[in-house]
Design a protein around this ligand. Structure first.
Ligand SMILES: [Zn+2]
Length: 383
């Protein structure tokens, strides 16, 4: 909470960056240095812990003597790596099941990114935006295209620079936006919706609506297969081969963009249309493992849940999460009796106790809604 009853929300504006050759080289070095320092700090932490039983992460300054190339890049980016690693350890010690032990970074698989915080002193700032550029330490003015501009009162606090696998550069500008806190909207039964995650429909609501998004990956599968087949006939390393690899990566990027676009629009629609959303916090990793992986990855339900959470919160609305082990599928939403004999494949079933007819997803969504609302009305509930 900030002064005079205002609260701070954070907004990110993603801008395409067009660095020149020199700036590209500097960015590339920064990505490498960030990976280097992360791995060094992580391995030293392990050694210290092994020798002394104490947790200690050395600061980036310590490494500059042994690795003078670190001085070539923005020191803020290195400090951010230190902060991220400290945070990763804090998360791990607080909740090891959810976060896991920090891992070493690898050039091949990890994203090429670095972040730097904005330091404002009087009238000058280390990072600021102009009409068509972002000014950064070391890199100077980097040309950028702004899809939208920050509103008045927004403060630029951090930038993250990313180079995608297809060679595009993006800047993620994080703004602190002081706003009047939204008025809390108490959930009511009529204005609350229950969502059940479904592998085949994405989600099913308690009134029986299925999302059924297009299968982006499946739709483009023939294009991907055609490129792969051509690739297998070309000489690896040749210009044609590299061009085709780029085409392949662009296709994948396009599919990811289609998916994200759908998730944003769908979560916005639900967050605006309802006062509260009940959802079960399923471990998608566990479901994905059971199903063999790719299907769940295709849908992005985890991302959808996070989008719903913040889009609701900004309107003072709630995402009511039901524990992942709460039985919802086998329970009859009419009489509450448990149908232990329900086959995992049955799409529709009739309750043996009361005779009600159920659609599998719709019934589970109705149970999730009841559970979510009950949690909310319970006195000790956090919501
Ligand atoms: Zn029943």
């Amino acid at each position: 909470m900030a002064d005079n009853n205002r609260t701070v929300f954070y907004n990110t504006i993603k801008v395409p960056l067009y660095p020149d050759a020199q700036q590209k080289e500097l960015f590339q070095k920064t990505f490498g240095c960030c990976r280097y320092i992360w791995n060094q700090m992580l391995s030293d932490h392990e050694r210290f812990y092994f020798e002394t039983d104490a947790h200690f992460i050395p600061t980036p300054a310590k490494y500059k003597k042994q690795a003078p190339f670190l001085k070539e890049v923005d020191n803020q980016a290195l400090i951010q790596e230190y902060n991220k690693l400290s945070q990763a350890f804090r998360n791990f010690f607080r909740n090891p099941a959810a976060f896991g032990y920090p891992k070493f970074k690898c050039k091949k698989t990890d994203r090429n990114t670095f972040s730097a915080c904005n330091h404002v002193m009087g009238n000058s700032a280390t990072i600021y935006i102009t009409r068509d550029a972002v000014r950064m330490t070391k890199a100077g003015l980097v040309r950028a295209k702004f899809p939208r501009r920050p509103r008045s009162g927004w403060k630029l606090t951090r930038i993250t620079v990313e180079r995608t696998k297809t060679g595009k550069y993006y800047g993620y500008l994080l703004f602190a936006c002081p706003v009047q806190p939204p008025k809390p909207v108490p959930p009511t039964e009529e204005r609350t919706i229950g969502l059940k995650y479904s592998v085949s429909h994405f989600y099913v609501t308690d009134n029986g609506v299925c999302a059924d998004p297009p299968h982006w990956l499946r739709r483009s599968q023939h294009k991907l297969a055609a490129v792969q087949e051509k690739l297998s006939r070309l000489q690896p390393g040749s210009q044609n081969y590299q061009d085709l690899v780029q085409k392949y990566l662009l296709l994948h990027e396009h599919i990811a963009n289609q998916r994200r676009d759908f998730l944003h629009k769908e979560s916005r629609r639900i967050a605006n249309a309802w006062d509260a959303v009940c959802i079960r916090n399923d471990s998608l990793q566990a479901i994905s493992g059971k199903m063999g992986g790719s299907v769940i990855h295709d849908t992005g339900f985890g991302m959808f849940r996070e989008m719903l959470r913040y889009k609701l919160a900004r309107q003072g609305k709630q995402l009511l999460e039901v524990d992942r082990f709460t039985p919802t599928t086998k329970v009859c939403s009419v009489c509450g009796s448990v149908n232990e004999g329900l086959s995992p494949r049955a799409r529709r079933w009739t309750c043996p106790a009361c005779g009600a007819m159920h659609g599998r997803g719709k019934n589970a969504a109705a149970n999730i809604k009841v559970q979510g609302l009950a949690q909310c009305q319970a006195p000790q509930a956090i919501c």
